[in-house]
Design a protein around this ligand. Structure first.
Ligand SMILES: [Zn+2]
Length: 95
């Protein structure tokens, strides 16, 4: 299926007209497949790994996220990753 039209303001969607062969003519126009990504609802992605899938809401302190069950512990650990000044970092020091 093809739609032959131009100048309908699709730059924001990064949809640009293509050459559409109709019989012996080749006008500029659009194919259905060009609109599919813009029509489809956005895919939700895990706030930890960035992949889609079965996601569940999680909260830790003031932070909240949508996560895979297997990403929850790593996400919580990342929330606990406190940054401290080097002069206070005693990791590796002999006890
Ligand atoms: Zn994940």
């Amino acid at each position: 299926m093809a739609l032959v039209a131009t100048g309908i303001g699709l730059k924001g969607f990064r949809i640009t007209p293509e050459n559409i062969r109709i019989g012996g003519k080749v006008p500029k126009g659009y194919y259905r497949r060009q609109f599919q990504e813009a029509w489809d609802p956005p895919v939700e992605r895990c706030d930890h790994c960035g992949q889609p899938g079965d996601l569940y809401p999680a909260a830790y302190g003031a932070a909240d996220a949508l996560l895979h069950p297997g990403c929850r512990d790593a996400w919580v650990a990342a929330q606990d990753d406190l940054s401290i000044p080097p002069y206070l970092d005693r990791r590796g020091a002999v006890a």
